[in-house]
Design a protein around this ligand. Structure first.
Ligand code: ADP
Length: 488
């Protein structure tokens, strides 16, 4: 049974789940509104619970043996077909995702949605060349077999929902696992569009399923299902802990990417203008980017010069409607999130931290928040230690390299770090000393899909990317055959 499709500004989107190759409705729904105009209700989306979680996992369990038995080449053909369909539909998906979560339409169209297609294509290729290892020892022939692990639950956050979901689902499917995807309730529509393409690409029923709904309801039901053999999650540390507990109960491996509080280090020998321009990029997407370098750590000798350049670069930003080309600053995702961001700034002000610029909602109707720079009273300030996930950066200074490292490593997070310096030896030294999963020197967000990706500390557990993801979604098995065993 399913509900009529919804017209989202000219694009037809199903508000239903996708289970076992069919659209499935729920008796309950949840509202999905556009952050571009909060009075605009985009859809009433199917709100799954224990029943839908059970149906979707059952479908993934039933589809698993046949999917796992296919060769990587055969699975890769499905993934390549899906990638081609995503490329065909980039504009439509970009438009809906822009309306749904307010990322700039142009960057969705030119960069982010196409990366979803690249994720499927890259993993189709990587799985084809994902070798078994064999060697002889102690009178036996040893072979390492990489076996598909089983039904996999993927839970994703509301920022970049399409790209982040494909980043996890692509390796899971390529490794031979079946998938149940649960996107975030604040921006579910682009993942529903993905399921139309999964159907069109002819995936066997049950291989790739989608259930929608609230985390505490359908999400919790999915991660506690004992038939699930892998869980991949991106979201907050609080939810990561709950998912970790559920995974531990069933002894299920999980990966979790839980956000960051990345340092952005600027040394006196850096190209200060380039550093300031890049620091202003941290306000893109309303600062709702886990990899952003949100703690500006600047050598004290260039503090004033850097702040002036940074403020000038920030003023170049154009706040507006994310559909328009001229806009560079989008609204935040949800009124609750704006209140959360504003709460951090209000508490910082009360605590005695200095607001160097910004620090206000732009108006009381929209969800825009001013680009904000805070100079904290001390490194213990909440605004330095906790992830804001909004357009709010902090500014601190250091006197020398060891102080820079100490400050950079002083939060519980460890997802990313950015360094601006013209000294390659320093870059390499710091690369080893900084606690982070990814470190960019004189650049930001350049990604190679075969490189490991993930966090240390409370930024997460496990690594995705390249063979690291394929290893996670596989069970490694050792086969030892005594030498001389003859063919039967
Ligand atoms: P954020 O703070 O970015 O919204 P959350 O961790 O709350 O991050 O949400 C990320 C994803 O986790 C969403 O898809 C959400 O529905 C889901 N989620 C939230 N709570 C749970 C839970 N208890 N179990 C499983 N998934 C959950």
């Amino acid at each position: 049974m399913n509900t009529p499709r919804v017209d989202v500004d000219g694009v037809s989107v199903s508000p239903d789940h996708y289970v076992n190759g069919h659209r499935v409705a729920s008796s309950r729904t949840f509202e999905d509104r556009s952050p571009l105009d909060w009075t605009w209700k985009l859809a009433e989306v199917a709100r799954g619970g224990a029943l839908e979680a059970d149906l979707a996992v059952a479908a993934a369990v039933a589809a698993f043996p046949a999917w796992a038995a296919l060769s990587p080449e055969a699975r890769g053909e499905y993934l390549d077909r899906l990638a081609d369909l995503i490329d065909r539909d980039v504009e439509r998906i970009a438009h809906v995702e822009c309306l749904d979560m307010a990322m700039l339409e142009e960057s969705l169209r030119l960069r982010v949605i196409g990366r979803g297609a690249r994720n499927f294509r890259a993993y189709a290729e990587l799985a084809r060349t994902y070798e078994s290892r064999s060697w002889s020892s102690n009178g036996t022939d040893n072979t390492v077999l990489r076996m598909p692990a089983g039904p996999t639950v993927v839970i994703t956050p509301w920022n970049a929902p399409f790209m982040l979901s494909t980043w996890k689902c692509a390796p899971a499917l390529a490794a031979g696992n079946t998938v149940v995807l649960k996107p975030a309730e604040w921006s579910p529509l682009s993942c529903s569009m993905l399921m139309d393409l999964v159907s069109e690409a002819g995936f066997p029923p049950g291989v790739f399923n989608l259930v929608q709904g609230l985390g505490a309801e359908v999400g919790a039901a999915l991660v506690s299902d004992p038939r699930v053999r892998r869980i991949s999650f991106t979201g907050s540390p609080e939810t990561g802990r709950l998912i970790g507990e559920a995974a531990a109960k069933n002894i299920v491996p999980f990966t979790a990417e839980l956000g960051g509080k990345g340092p952005f280090l600027v040394f006196a020998d850096a190209d200060l203008d380039a550093a300031a321009q890049k620091a202003a990029v941290m306000f893109d997407d309303g600062g709702q980017v886990c990899l952003a370098g949100t703690r500006l750590l600047v050598h004290s000798s260039v503090r004033d010069e850097f702040v002036a350049l940074f403020e000038a670069a920030t003023k170049q930003h154009v706040l507006g409607d994310s559909r328009e080309r001229a806009t560079t600053l989008s609204p935040l995702i949800h009124p609750e999130h704006v209140a959360r961001v504003d709460g951090f700034v209000t508490r910082a002000r009360e605590h005695g931290d200095t607001i160097l610029f910004g620090g206000q909602r732009v108006d009381h109707e929209g969800l825009w928040y001013e680009p904000t720079l805070v100079e904290p009273l001390s490194n213990d300030s909440e605004i330095v230690q906790r992830e804001v996930f909004g357009p709010v950066l902090t500014l601190q200074t250091f006197a020398n390299e060891s102080e820079a490292v100490e400050l950079a490593n002083s939060t519980q997070y460890g997802l990313s770090a950015i360094i601006y310096t013209s000294d390659e030896a320093r870059a390499e030294r710091l690369g080893r000393q900084l606690r982070a999963g990814t470190i960019w020197v004189n650049c930001f967000l350049i990604r190679d899909l075969s490189a490991p990706f993930g966090g240390t500390g409370i930024s997460g557990i496990g690594r995705e990317g390249g063979d690291y993801a394929l290893d996670f979604y596989s069970d490694l098995k050792t086969l030892q055959i005594k030498e001389g065993t003859t063919h039967g």
